[in-house]
Structures are given as C-alpha cells and as structure tokens.
Design a protein around this ligand. Structure first.
Ligand SMILES: C[S@@+](CC[C@H](N)C(=O)[O-])C[C@H]1O[C@@H](n2cnc3c(N)ncnc32)[C@H](O)[C@@H]1O
Length: 251
C-alpha cells in the first residue's frame, strides 16, 4: 500500500531490518562499507534512499560523514532510534530531484544507491534524472556507486512473465515482468498464524547495465568499475547482480 511514505510506510519499516536477504548478512554489510569507505576517502557521502541506516550507520562509524535523501519518514524514524542515527543528516524527498546543500560543506566525494533501489524509480525519465541529480552533488573525481540486480529475463520461459523469488510455508513473493515497459511488479504474500493473509504490491523498473552506462553518460559521468558484488569479483555473463562505479571527470 502506498501512502505519504511511499511503499516503505510504518508497517514495512518496523520489519525492514529483520530481512533474510543476503544483503543484510553481517559479512556482506562489512564488504559494502569497506568499499564505500574507500571511495569516500576523506570526503563525505550521499546515500540515496538511506532507509533505516543499514549501511549509512556503519559507514559513519568508520568516520565518513554521511547525508541521506529519503522519501519515507517511517524508515528515517527507525534510523533515528539507533545509536548514532540522530547525527545523520537527512533530506526528506525524492532522490531523483531533491537537492542537498553543498555550499556549506562542499560537494560529495561519493554518492551511493544500494540494494536495487534505483529500480524504485519506475520510469526511465526518473532514473535519468537521478543520475543528473547525483552528478550535480559530486565533486570532480567523485564517484556514484550502484548495487543492483541484472534483470532476470533469462529465467522467464517462453509464454510466461512471472518469476517467483521467495517461497516458504507462510510466504510467497514473485515478480511479474512486462518486457515492453520494463516494469517489474513484485507481489509479496504472507500468512500469519491465525491463517489471515497480507498482500503487498510494489512497482519497480528493471534496468540493464548498459542502459545505466548511458544514463551516466547523459549526466556527464563515466564508467570506472563494474564488479559482481562488493568483493570485486569480475562481472561476467553469469552475474546476477553488479556493483558499478561511475566517476565525475576532473576536467
Ligand atoms: C530497499 S530500501 C533500501 C534502504 C537502504 N538503502 C538499505 O540499503 O537498507 C529502499 C529505500 O529507498 C526509499 N526510496 C524509494 N524510492 C525513493 C525515492 N524516489 N526517493 C527517496 N527515497 C526513496 C524507500 O523509502 C526505502 O527506504
């Protein structure tokens, strides 16, 4: 259900940090923060869709000043309730268009958008605007890092458009793909102990690595690295995700 917090209202926010997704595992969070801290260097970092501070808080503990842009006050409230959460600056708004003051503290050396969150922008226009917005916040030589899945179209048999990605005795989740519009609509269904069900639908737009490179180019950024994950494994035709880094040229 969508409200003023987008698709991450109170009900989602209160359970968000209990996710069983691999991205939430301690070692993966550490690898993520290691790489982001390296790109931030001595500068500051901008997280788009900062959420509950899953990555921002450990990055800040490494000494990197982090500022977030976030639509959901409910998610930010969860971050604020954690140690150090009250010290992270957040601008409430859409990360495709919201601007953060760079006059006082200078531009950012790093902007990042993890855990498939670029796909929360459901039009190509909005995704392009996001790259342009990031480019305006970066210092020359600064980097934009995205972690996102490779579209799963190889998993779709001819004549079908649905890919299940979670099944358990009490829950199911699946994506309905529209290969014309690049819409990927995720449906989550959960059954509680009293047998009642809860269904949630979230729209996404899947996006190809090469399409992201073109968006970067339109924003004046250029591809610097692309890996299969945070440990810098090579990105190959079998990769199911990528961590990509685009750089703002120094001249
Ligand atoms: C999958 S969560 C990721 C949160 C956090 N980055 C993490 O890795 O745990 C996506 C977050 O992006 C926020 N979000 C989605 N679309 C947004 C938009 N257009 N502008 C600002 N925030 C957005 C959601 O409210 C949510 O908190």
């Amino acid at each position: 259900m969508i409200d003023e917090d987008g698709y991450f209202g109170n009900r989602v926010a209160e359970r968000y940090d209990q996710s069983s997704s691999p991205q939430f595992q301690k070692d993966v969070v550490e690898q993520t923060v290691d790489l982001l801290a390296e790109f931030a260097g001595a500068g500051r970092a901008l997280e788009l869709g900062i959420g509950t501070g899953r990555i921002a808080l450990p990055l800040a503990r490494r000494g990197v000043p982090v500022h977030g842009i976030e639509l959901s006050r409910a998610m930010v409230a969860r971050m604020r309730a954690k140690p150090g959460g009250e010290r992270i600056g957040v601008s409430i708004g859409d990360f495709a268009t919201t601007t953060v003051d760079t006059k006082t503290d200078g531009p950012f050396s790093l902007a990042y958008l993890v855990f498939n969150t670029i796909m929360n922008l459901t039009s190509q226009e909005a995704q392009v605007a996001c790259f342009r917005n990031v480019a305006e916040h970066l210092a020359p030589g600064g980097c934009f890092v995205i972690e996102v899945m490779v579209p799963e179209l190889r998993k779709i048999p001819a004549g079908q458009n649905i890919v299940p990605f979670h099944t358990s005795p009490t829950g199911w989740a699946y994506t309905v793909y529209d290969t014309v519009t690049q819409d990927a609509t995720c449906h989550y269904i959960e059954v509680s102990q009293d047998g009642r069900g809860e269904a949630r639908t979230v729209p996404f737009r899947y996006v190809w690595p090469a399409e992201l490179d073109l968006m970067a180019q339109l924003a004046g950024l250029r591809l610097r690295d692309r890996w299969d994950g945070w440990t810098r494994k090579p990105f190959t035709e079998d990769s199911t995700q990528h961590v990509s880094v685009w750089e703002k040229p120094t001249s």
